[in-house]
Every structure is written in structure tokens, then in C-alpha cells.
Design a binder for this molecule. Structure first.
Ligand SMILES: Cc1cc2nc3c(=O)[nH]c(=O)nc-3n(C[C@H](O)[C@H](O)[C@H](O)COP(=O)(O)OP(=O)(O)OC[C@H]3O[C@@H](n4cnc5c(N)ncnc54)[C@H](O)[C@@H]3O)c2cc1C
Length: 497
């Protein structure tokens, strides 16, 4: 009889674990708290527009990339219609000065040197390091838990030529790195490129991957990607149980043997995989009983990616020739909540994806970061009216700022929606409303996070909370790796596609 495996969470990692286990002869069922699959990778429809909540860039869905076989394990990547944008970000200061961070490294260097000649030596060093990283292939397989001596040697040989650069660029944050620049425009552009607490290495990776076209945007965004993976899983015989929030993982004699849902129903399995939020899994579903100092340290001392208020605008006009990602500096800043004020609003102008809007319209979104998730959760709970009016206030300011640039926005907003950290928690249960798990700070680096817990057998974790770097490809790999480890333990050859 086939082994029965319970998977908690139908996000990208849970679906990936499911696809990879079904293919390898296991019988799986996913239990998902919400009414649909995708987790953080989601979007929804409003008045003819699709409110894209997730994908800015998809990494590695191209044959030369080391993530490609992982994508192949969940979809046929050829079913994706990939679009490449010529630039990563355009930043405009309130005095009208602007800079575009291009995808092409030669163009990027030229633009940076033109706009910030006083920083020539730093720019040249940055671009040279980015060129170097265009040759780097991230070692993905096999999972380190089961890699043998020769696999480890292969990883070392891959990393060795880049070691000096890894050490240098992973030792400081983007914030610290940017402080070396003199030019205020370039400083702001680099700070707005990624979470500034991340290691400067992440910045190099982004530009290196943009240049070689490892980063793309899949037409149809989150809905299309999730639909492809979900269909693949269901066609392989997997089952998804929606509206099924797991309350407890049942443990007998040190082994995970099943789950108890919030509705009181329980289900048994030979193995349980949690591809749900890490904190909730360890401290709620398992009552904090399976810990060691490493796990305690991780959840007490490491920083998580911030949550966000996101404004979605369906606008009845086209933005032909305009940047796809535009950061506009505000005259007086924008208060998000009690502890968060932003100097810039970064807009994603979805002019590259006509499937997200009716003809003649464009979806524009603004992702406004905040670490103050408690403010939003409490406000929603205690004062619904003020919660709604705060969302409206922020949306108004987001529209006004865009209107200053394009003049005809306010009258053309067909539809508007706003999500907050409370929305993220409600629909995905992610700790602190985080949008990507851990921040890849210099301390986090390439830290190995355990996918099992001490004292607990037949149990695994997958997804962004057990990886040092979050994101879609990481979650696909994470689910696949857990499947690979289970096959290895059962003495089965792992079949990848
Ligand atoms: C605004 C935004 C922009 C992003 N942009 C990008 C991007 O451009 N590129 C990129 O690569 N990544 C991006 N990401 C990150 C990426 O979406 C996530 O890292 C990835 O989707 C995480 O997948 P996961 O399966 O690990 O976790 P999740 O998506 O969190 O999935 C976990 C699932 O478990 C379910 N669950 C939780 N608790 C329970 C429970 N108790 N019982 C049952 N089910 C439960 C949840 O509902 C969810 O479906 C972005 C994320 C956001 C929010």
C-alpha cells in the first residue's frame, strides 16, 4: 500500500511537495486554511481587473538556470509566457531628477555614471562584481541533508571562484553599502531596489540575474502560475481540502501521526509535512515542544521580511512606454501607521500584462512596507470604521501622488482595493504578516535551517520559513527537497520530472 502523506498548506511549497510526492508513488492530501491555493502567491478579480498581489519577478524558469529542473517538477515551464522588462526600477525625486536601473549591465553602468559621476569608482566596482555573478549558478540539488561527499565537493567547486566576492558583499547590508555613495539620487535608487536590511550580495544577484534574463514576468501573474501548478497536482491524483485550518499536529510516541482541524475533525497519515507558516507550526500546531537552541535563536533573534499595505488601482488609461516599476518621492512623506512613514511610493505599472485589465485599462499597484502588523490587526479588530477609513486615506494619497506625475489619474480610477497586514494574516496565517519569510541579512547569509524538528519523527517542514531566502523558486525547491528526502529515506530513487 502507498504511504499516506498529509501536507499542511496549499502555497507554492505545499503544492510542490505534493506534485513531487505524487510522482514518486505517494498518496498525498493537502489541508489548506483558505478557500483557494497559492498562499502568498495570489491575485483576485474586481470589476474586470485582476488585483495582482505577488509576482514582480519569477526567477529561474529558463533552461540555463539551476532552478529550471525544480520548475519542471511542478509545471511545464513552456506553458509560461515569459516577459522581460528592459529596466528593474525608475526612481524619481521630488525635484524631478530621475534615474533608471536598467536590466542590461552595460546600460546600467552608463546610466549610473552619467547620473552620479562622483561615485564612479563604486559604480565600476559594483558593475564588475555583477558581471562576475552572471556566471554563478546557485547550487540547488541534491538537498544538503542527503548530499554525499562528491555532491559537497561539487558545491564547493561551484562556489570557490566566487568566494572572495561572497564574503565581501555578504558582510554588509544594502543600507550600509549605499552610505558609501555621495550622489543622493543613486543612493535612493539603490535603497529602493530591495529591502535595505538585506545583504548587499542580494542586490548584485538581482542585477546579474536580470542581465542574463533569469528574471522574468509570467503573463497572467500569480493566478496563471498557481493554476498551472494546482492543475498538475490534481491531475496527478492529489487532493486539496480547502477551508481546513490545522490546529494541531497529532504526535504519538515521538512520531507525527496526523492532524486535528479547527472544526474538530482529525486525519491520520504516515508522514506529516507542514508547508504552512513556520512560527505557527512550531509554537502552535506543535505547542513549542520540539525545539533546540538553533530554532529558539532563529525565532527570537532573526528579522522577518516586513508586511505591507497594498493599494490596487484599476485605471482607465494605458501607460505605454512608462516604466513598469516607478518609485516616486513624496513631498512630505506618507504616514502608513503609528510607526511607519515612507519617503517614496513604489508603483508597479502592469503595462506589460494586458490580461490584468480590460482593454484600455491598466492595473497599478503600490506595495507599502510596514513592520507594524499589530497596529493593523488591532485596528481591524477594535475599530472597523477607522480601519476602513485609514485604508481609504492611504489609497487617496497613493492616487494623489500618481496624479502629480500623470495629471489625469484621479478621474480615471475604475476600481480600488486595499489590503493590509491583517489581510495577509487572515488569508495566509504568515507570522507578522511577512511577505517572504526571513530577511537575508548578513547574519542569515546562507544559513541552513532545519526541515525537521528534534525529537519528532515522520515530520518535515517546507517553504519560505525553512529557507534562508524566501520567494517562489525557493518554495518550489523546498517542497521538492522534502519529497526527495522522503524518497531517500524509503530507499526509492527520486524521479524529478
Ligand atoms: C506582495 C508580495 C510580492 C512578492 N513578490 C515576489 C516576487 O516577485 N518573486 C518571488 O519569487 N516571490 C515573491 N513573493 C514571495 C512569495 O510569494 C513567497 O515567498 C512564496 O509564495 C511563499 O510560498 P510558501 O508556500 O512557502 O508559503 P505561503 O505562501 O505562506 O503558503 C503557506 C500556505 O499554508 C496555509 N496555511 C497556513 N497556516 C495553515 C494552517 N494552520 N492550516 C492549513 N493551512 C495553513 C496558508 O493559507 C498558505 O496557503 C512576494 C510575496 C508577496 C506577498
Amino acid at each position: 500500500m502507498k504511504k499516506q502523506i498529509i501536507i499542511i498548506g496549499a502555497g507554492i511549497a505545499g503544492l510542490s511537495a505534493g506534485c513531487n510526492l505524487q510522482r514518486n508513488g505517494y498518496e498525498t492530501q493537502i489541508y489548506e486554511l483558505s478557500k483557494r491555493a497559492g498562499g502568498l502567491c495570489t491575485a483576485w478579480k474586481r470589476k474586470g481587473y485582476i488585483m495582482e498581489n505577488c509576482i514582480h519577478f519569477l526567477t529561474g524558469a529558463v533552461p540555463f538556470d539551476s532552478f529550471y529542473t525544480s520548475w519542471q517538477s511542478v509545471i511545464n515551464p513552456e506553458d509560461l509566457d515569459l516577459i522581460y522588462t528592459p529596466e528593474y526600477l525608475t526612481v524619481e525625486k521630488k525635484d524631478g531628477k530621475s534615474i533608471t536601473l536598467y536590466a542590461d549591465l552595460a546600460k546600467l553602468e552608463k546610466e549610473m555614471l552619467e547620473k552620479a559621476p562622483e561615485d564612479a569608482h563604486l559604480i565600476k566596482e559594483f558593475i564588475a562584481a555583477a558581471w562576475k555573478f552572471t556566471k554563478f549558478k546557485i547550487p540547488v540539488d541534491p538537498p544538503s541533508e542527503i548530499s554525499g561527499f562528491f555532491d559537497k565537493i561539487k558545491v564547493i567547486l561551484k562556489i570557490l571562484p566566487f568566494l572572495r566576492n561572497f564574503k565581501k558583499w555578504n558582510s554588509i547590508t544594502i543600507n550600509e553599502y549605499v552610505e558609501q555613495y555621495k550622489n543622493p539620487l543613486l543612493k535612493d535608487a539603490l535603497k529602493n531596489s530591495l529591502q535595505p536590511e538585506r545583504a548587499a550580495l542580494s542586490l548584485l544577484f538581482i542585477f546579474a540575474m536580470m542581465h542574463i534574463k533569469s528574471l522574468s514576468y509570467p503573463l497572467g501573474g500569480a493566478l496563471k502560475l498557481v493554476e498551472l501548478i494546482e492543475n498538475n497536482y490534481l491531475q496527478s491524483g492529489g487532493k486539496i481540502n480547502y477551508s481546513s485550518k490545522v490546529k494541531k499536529i497529532i504526535v504519538e510516541n515521538g512520531k507525527a501521526t496526523g492532524i486535528l482541524l479547527e472544526n474538530g475533525k482529525s486525519y491520520r497519515g504516515d508522514i506529516v509535512i507542514s508547508a504552512a507558516d513556520g512560527h505557527y507550526t512550531i509554537f502552535n500546531m506543535l505547542g513549542g515542544k520540539y525545539l533546540n537552541s538553533k530554532i529558539k535563536n532563529l525565532y527570537s533573534n532573526f528579522k522577518v521580511m516586513p508586511s505591507y499595505v497594498q493599494v490596487y488601482l484599476g485605471i482607465a488609461r494605458t501607460f505605454k512606454g512608462e516604466p513598469t516599476t516607478l518609485a516616486l518621492q513624496l513631498k512630505n512623506g506618507l504616514k502608513i501607521d503609528e510607526t511607519t512613514k515612507l519617503d517614496y511610493i513604489t508603483y508597479r505599472i502592469h503595462n506589460i500584462d494586458p490580461t490584468l485589465s480590460p482593454p484600455g485599462g491598466t492595473l497599478v499597484t503600490a506595495m507599502l512596507k510596514t513592520a507594524n502588523y499589530t497596529y493593523w490587526v488591532d485596528l481591524k479588530k477594535n475599530n472597523r470604521e477607522e480601519y476602513r477609513s485609514e485604508k481609504k486615506r492611504i489609497a487617496r494619497e497613493v492616487i494623489e501622488c500618481l496624479n502629480l506625475k500623470y495629471k489625469d489619474i484621479t478621474s480615471k480610477v475604475d476600481v480600488m482595493d486595499v489590503s493590509t497586514p491583517a489581510t495577509v494574516i487572515r488569508y495566509t496565517n504568515n507570522w507578522q504578516g511577512s511577505h517572504e519569510g526571513w530577511i537575508t541579512t548578513p547574519e542569515m547569509g546562507f544559513m541552513k535551517i532545519q526541515r525537521t524538528l528534534p525529537g519528532l519523527d515522520n515530520f518535515y517542514m517546507a517553504g519560505q520559513w525553512v529557507e534562508s531566502m524566501g520567494g517562489l523558486p525557493t518554495s518550489v525547491v523546498s517542497g521538492k527537497h522534502v519529497a526527495h528526502i522522503i524518497c531517500h529515506k524509503d530507499g526509492k530513487k527520486f524521479c524529478v520530472a
